[in-house]
Design a protein around this ligand. Sequence first.
Ligand SMILES: [Fe+2]
Length: 183
Amino acid sequence: MDAGPLYWTSSESAIDVLLAEHQTILEVVDEIERECRRVEDGSALREPFWRDVLRFADEFDHGLHHQKEEQLLFPALERVGLSPDQGPTAVLRDEHRRIRFWRLRLEQTLVARDRTRLAATAASYVDVLRTHVMKENQILFPLCRRLLDEATLATLHREFRLLAADQRVHYWLSHPFELSAGA
Ligand SMILES: [Fe+2]
């Protein structure tokens, strides 16, 4: 019997996808905190580490994860009654903007090679990210399970995959590489 494409039989839900992404974000946040302590203890400023943090913030957190929430999940919740102007989704959109603000400040302090401000800014970035992720885990996702039916969650899961595929295409289009000339 043909069971169909594997992902149709997966028991993973759209919420599981976002929870797993939150776990990745929290692991990166732990790394940032460890690096902050090294900077505060006088270790050399490891620019490649901070460049990786900025790239993670742009490509994973903002470029993929927030897009799943802002373009797909929040509108789904607003279609079943949440206000786009006040209430949980409005607050969380605002927090995404605050996370973006701290990421930009982080880059500024890195460019200035200002170790003290870099450590302080990174600490604020860590703080705002952790609080935001906890809020989504503890308030937003239970709300999703209560308000969204199985069909909507399944549609979101498919749309998440399409968005991720689009992001990969966008990545390769914006990072062109030259094929070596074959003989
Ligand atoms: Fe999130």
